[in-house]
Design a protein around this ligand. Structure first.
Ligand code: NBG
Length: 830
């Protein structure tokens, strides 16, 4: 593109200048959106600026690409059915370090950068923590200059948009591509993916028995690449998402036979595969389309990796030197069977060698202990969809169980637990256990927090741990400080920048330098001012969107995450109602004024979670209207919690609610985002809370709740929540108030499914932890009254949070599993 280095760097400087950005913006406004400054709308401004920034990323993309081709370096292929990227424009400006110039260029045109950023529709290609983790990992991989490709699906509809009608969640389809997506580059690259049909046996030239799969249908996966910039490095990694298409847009043969509608139908069926992201927290059973999605994307991705290996290494024998395949949960685990199929059927490899390559290439991350969330697929569905894979799976299982038999003689129970096939718990439906498949095919198996990794070894994956202890590892999750501090909280980032030396956004350990500032009262004052500003900003957003006015001087007590019983939003609700109840009876009661903020989506088919949302809103309605208490208590449910709305929420929190039942939250990552923004945590000993508490110091963390061993004990002794209800007058008042109809216009039955569940079975120990939680909350309230002390604790939380950077997590994955070499790309900075 440029002949000399001098030419390149001249071009670079020009491209980054305020004037070049301004000109390029005006050009893009005209040539891309067909508008001028006079008649453009905010969305046009967004599009024009996005293209302006994209132009500046492309040179880096091209040089990274060329560089990689040249190197053929070992690359991690991250296979994930979800990527919750969040808005791209602001993040790309940040990573290019172009913030000041862009802001000024826009100002010269009479535009405000923040307003332009607001217009972006975020790609919500994930449900929650698992998808957001994948996005944080992409950011860190690029920043650490580690070669990587993220593979996934380019869903036409991401996670639904949530709106609240009459207190209930209403789901609205997320047509995120409607206004176009400036960040993606459609590629020519496409791969065929087969489904259904039957198998044929034949002999090859060397008279070996081979299998030919004659599918019922073939669809194509087309690559869409999104460049992922690292922070202030020249490296760009790829997120390669597959869109499904029909073999031809038009089946001429069918058309000639007059079956026009048949041809159209095939086209629609093919396109359906990448149509919509499935919600989690719902039983997967029988979701044929979901299985197709999983197979579709891993097949395309593996075909792509095989092509690259052959291109760069000349032989598939070197696959493990070219790729390591990280399975993000079991969703892509069918890749293990597909890899074998490709090697054996398409590349004529012998089983033993193919299996050896598989076991050296794959690694598996588990993200949940909830037994109901462990994926299984009915074998008859696999038979119908992937007949060849079923044979391969049987063969893997046969060989595997032979090994187990030898290793643990006389232990048939273990054999049936470890088998890839669940013979059916009496319902006669045989199922494929995806976690078992992932364990058998992988060289490394990891959990996502210390506690979760330990529990994995002793609970759901215990048998596998007995067999292969050396495969098991822990990789505690992390989150990117670029997005969750610098982008979400610029005033805090500016203060940190001022207070410490060095590139803290890349080396988060440098935050330690903040420690002494905890004792500096002038610094604490500024710390509080920044928090206050963030609270005012959030209050303003909420006033606009929900019409509720909040007081930024109150304690902001926040719980934002997917709505799930194990996360216990209802425990939080019980606390609020108990405060309300006490205040009503004693209006002079001296309690710390609080604003409770909730946000999160419930899976569309998860009725209890939806009822919890209704209860939060119903309670909010009553409390916010009650002039006797609404100076002291306020409750809001922020609709449509997503990455974009989260940017305003984390910085504004004083208190972070991490109150899951111990042993249920694999890690949590929201807990880390809050900590990084100076919120203190009220939490149980669960997931990464344990490590957060260790890191920030127990005095700077509000701990409550039963531990895992205590819960086991309680259960073993027989847990009777109704007894607690009878003994604990606070709990009784609260439950009775809910059932009195106060929050449901007199309807005494609306919330009965919820309260009955709590009193009859209470699977998540809400009643057992109730009193401890209430007491701990009282300590929180008192602590908050000493603002100096609170600020001290808040500063220490930030100073000690560096372990929760996704950079640290990625470094560990690399050191212990992937073994990639960082490759700094050296080209002109464009
Ligand atoms: C989620 C866990 C969280 C964890 C994220 C990322 C699933 C299946 N698991 O605790 O619930 O932080 O994964 O690891 O979504």
């Amino acid at each position: 593109m440029f002949n000399t280095i001098a030419e390149r760097s001249l071009h670079t400087r020009i491209a980054r200048s305020v004037e070049a950005i301004r000109r390029s913006f005006v050009d893009n406004l005209f040539y891309v959106t067909g508008r001028t400054l006079e008649n453009a709308a905010p969305l046009d401004h967004y599009t024009a600026l996005a293209f302006t920034i994209r132009d500046r990323m492309l040179a880096r993309l091209v040089s990274s690409d060329e560089f990689y081709k040249h190197q053929g370096a070992k690359t991690v292929a991250y296979l994930s059915l979800e990527y919750m990227l969040g808005p791209q424009l602001g993040n790309n400006i940040l990573n290019l370090k172009l913030g000041d110039n862009v802001r000024q260029a826009m100002a010269e045109l009479g535009l405000e950068l923040e307003t332009i950023l607001e217009a972006e529709q975020e790609p919500g290609l994930g449900n929650g923590g698992l998808g957001r983790l994948a996005a944080c990992f992409m950011d860190s991989l690029a920043t650490l200059e580690l070669p990587s490709i993220g593979y996934g699906i380019r869903y036409e509809y991401g996670v639904f948009e949530q709106s609240i009608k009459d207190g209930w969640q209403v789901e609205v389809a997320d047509a995120w591509l409607r206004d176009g997506n400036p960040w993606e580059l459609p590629r020519q690259r496409r791969y065929p993916v087969k489904f259904g049909g039957h198998l044929e046996r034949y002999h090859d030239d060397e008279r070996r028995l081979r299998i030919r799969w004659l599918p019922e249908s073939i669809i194509y996966g087309v690559a869409y690449d999104t460049p992922i910039l690292g922070y202030d490095v020249l490296k760009v990694n790829l997120l390669r998402l597959w869109k499904s298409e029909a073999r031809k847009s038009f089946d001429l043969q069918a058309f000639n036979l007059g079956d026009y509608y048949g041809a159209v139908n095939d086209m629609v069926t093919a396109q359906n595969i990448s149509k919509v992201l499935y919600p989690n927290d719902e039983p997967e059973a029988g979701r044929a389309l979901r299985l197709r999605q999983q197979y579709f994307f891993v097949s395309c991705s593996l075909q792509d990796m095989i092509r690259l290996t052959l291109r760069d290494k000349g032989s598939l024998d070197y696959f493990p030197d070219r790729f390591v395949v990280q399975l993000n949960d079991t969703h892509p685990a069918i890749a293990i069977a597909e890899f074998l199929r490709l090697l054996i059927d398409a590349h004529q490899m012998e089983w033993d060698q193919a299996w050896d390559l598989t076991q050296r290439s794959f690694a598996y991350t588990n993200h949940t202990l909830l037994p109901e969330a462990l994926e299984t697929w009915p074998l008859d569905l696999i038979q119908r969809t992937l007949p060849r894979h079923l044979e391969i799976l049987y063969e893997i299982n046969r060989r595997f169980l032979d090994d187990v038999r030898i290793r643990f003689i006389d232990d048939p129970a273990r054999l049936s637990r470890m088998s890839l096939i669940d013979e059916g718990p009496g319902d006669g439906v045989r199922r494929l256990r995806m976690a078992n498949l992932a364990c058998v095919g992988s060289m490394a198996i990891n959990g996502v927090s210390e506690m979760h990794s330990e529990l994995l070894k002793h609970t759901v994956l215990r048998d596998f741990h007995d067999l292969w202890p050396e495969k098991f590892q822990n990789k505690t999750n992390g989150v990117t400080p670029r997005r969750f501090i610098a982008l979400a909280n610029p005033p805090l980032a500016a203060l940190i920048e001022e207070a410490i030396d060095g590139d803290w956004l890349r080396q988060l350990e440098k935050l330690q330098q903040l420690e002494p500032q905890a004792d500096n009262s002038a610094f604490r004052l500024r710390w509080r001012e920044i928090k206050h500003l963030a609270k005012q900003r959030l209050a303003e957003d909420i006033r606009r969107t929900c019409g509720i006015s909040l007081d930024a001087d109150t304690l902001f007590d926040v719980q934002v995450k997917r709505i799930h019983e194990y996360k216990r939003q209802h425990l939080n609700v019980l606390h609020i109602i108990s405060l309300y109840h006490r205040l009503k009876h004693n209006p002079a009661l001296d309690i710390t004024p609080r604003t409770f903020i909730f946000g999160g989506k419930a899976a569309p088919g998860y009725r209890m979670a939806k009822l919890i949302i209704k209860l939060i809103n119903a309670m909010a309605d009553v409390i916010n209207r009650d002039t006797q208490v609404n100076k002291t208590l306020k409750v809001v449910f922020v609709p449509d919690f997503n990455v974009k709305t989260s940017h305003a929420i984390y910085p504004a929190a004083d208190l972070s609610e991490q109150i899951s039942t111990a042993g249920k939250e694999a890690s949590g990552t929201g807990n880390m985002k809050f900590t990084m923004n100076g919120a203190l945590t009220i939490g149980t000993l669960d997931g990464a809370n344990v490590e957060i508490r260790e890191a920030v110091g127990e005095k700077n963390f509000f701990l409550f709740g039963k531990t895992v061993p205590q819960i086991d004990e309680l259960r073993a002794a027989g847990y009777h929540p109704r007894d607690i209800y009878h003994q604990n007058e606070h709990l009784r008042f609260v439950i009775d108030l809910i059932n009195s109809g106060l929050f449901s216009h007199g309807d005494k039955h609306l919330f009965r499914p919820l309260t009955d569940n709590l009193l009859d079975s209470d699977p998540f120990l809400v009643c057992a932890d109730f009193q401890d939680y209430i007491d701990c909350q009282a300590r929180v309230g008192l602590s908050y009254q000493d603002q100096e002390q609170w600020s001290r604790m808040s500063i220490l939380n930030v100073a000690r949070c560096s372990r929760f950077s996704s950079d640290r997590a990625i470094r560990e994955y690399n050191a212990d599993i992937w073994h990639l070499t960082p490759l700094p790309v050296e080209t002109a900075r464009v």
